[in-house]
Design a protein around this ligand. Structure first.
Ligand SMILES: O=C(O)CCC(=O)C(=O)O
Ligand SMILES: [Fe+2]
Length: 324
């Protein structure tokens, strides 16, 4: 299994050259932009391509791959950290958006999701993550409170294989670490009883506060019994018995025990294996000064786990289907 960090500083110029051939205003024609990034994915530096392909094929014990030293703009050339989404359609391409999509294109299919909340959120491939004062406590816009362990889109039948987070700005105090808990590390800490209880145990998960009837089925552990996938979100999984509660608590404790804090700083791109890791984010203090933490996020599907059916085009919206 491969190492989980790749230093990309030696490829800065090469990567900048690649990015310079992309359309300057990606949102004026996103499908064309994604086609271009896909083409460039074939031209990534060899070592980087090999590292991505190895991670894609075998994963690793940590469950993530971190690319460091990517060619982010100098801070004073970046726009202020956004306060709202979506960004203006005419916003100029940022280097870390380019890196997100080129790397994503190497791994699989960049995917926009209808998340099943009645389309109340804008549906796009290119998400922005920044602190917002009124954020819901389970959303990525939180800052003062810890974002608890979760699997992204675990209620969606086409759950993304990877979550890509690229960083244009880290937080001021260097506290907003992304917390990653790998099931490959946590599994040996679970008793046989807990493993047997959680494996293929179906929990119902509500996902739409406006529609309590809307339910998906989620299994905390599934797949290969000796090397299972994980799906975890303590606040969404509705435990029905004392054994459920005890087992979920044990899984939560094991993930916490093996948690690594990955502090994203400018020029970093974190690839999270969304089937092998539960992730969260440490609390931090936003200053609302235009220089707060600013990440770009994209979801990628691969043909693992039956997440693709063939013929899809990068950037297409996947209709909502609850996981069963
Ligand atoms: O901000 C982070 O590092 C992670 C955010 C996240 O997990 C989310 O928005 O789903
Ligand atoms: Fe997340």
């Amino acid at each position: 299994m491969s190492s989980s960090i790749i230093n990309c500083a030696p490829y800065r110029e090469e990567l900048l050259d690649l990015a310079s051939t992309l359309p300057k205003v990606p949102r004026s024609d996103l499908p064309a932009f994604f086609d271009d990034t896909l083409r460039l994915a074939e031209r990534l530096p060899q070592e980087l391509r090999d590292g991505l392909d190895e991670f894609n094929t075998n994963g690793n014990r940590d469950g993530y791959l971190l690319l460091r030293g990517l060619p982010v703009e100098p801070d004073d050339e970046l726009p202020p950290t956004p306060r709202s989404s979506p960004p203006p359609e005419d916003r100029q391409l940022l280097n870390m958006e380019a890196m997100l999509c080129i790397v994503g294109g190497r791994l699989g299919l960049l995917t926009a999701y209808d998340q099943g909340y009645g389309n109340r959120r804008s549906i796009t491939v290119l998400h922005e993550l920044y602190p917002t004062p009124e954020a819901h406590h389970l959303s990525g816009g939180t800052s003062r409170t810890q974002l608890e362990f979760h699997t992204d889109l675990s209620h969606h039948a086409r759950q993304p294989n990877y979550i890509l987070l690229s960083c244009s700005r880290g937080d001021h105090e260097g506290k907003a670490a992304t917390l990653v808990g790998s099931i490959r590390k946590a599994l040996p800490l679970l008793s046989d009883e807990v493993r047997n209880h959680l494996f293929d145990r179906i929990f119902t998960r509500g996902f739409d506060a406006a529609d309590p009837e809307a339910k998906a089925h989620v299994k905390p552990l599934y797949g290969d019994e000796d090397d299972p996938y994980v799906s975890f979100n303590r606040s969404f999984l509705t435990a029905e018995t004392p054994q459920d509660i005890a087992a979920l608590d044990a899984l939560s404790a094991a993930l916490t025990e093996v948690t690594e804090a990955v502090l994203l700083t400018r020029g970093d791109l974190l690839i999270i294996d969304n089937f092998r890791i539960a992730h969260g984010r440490a609390p931090f203090a936003a200053r609302w000064d235009g220089k707060d933490r600013w990440l770009h996020r994209a979801y990628v599907r691969t043909d693992r786990n039956g997440q693709l059916s063939g013929g899809e085009r990068a950037g297409e919206i996947v209709p909502f289907a609850p996981r069963r």
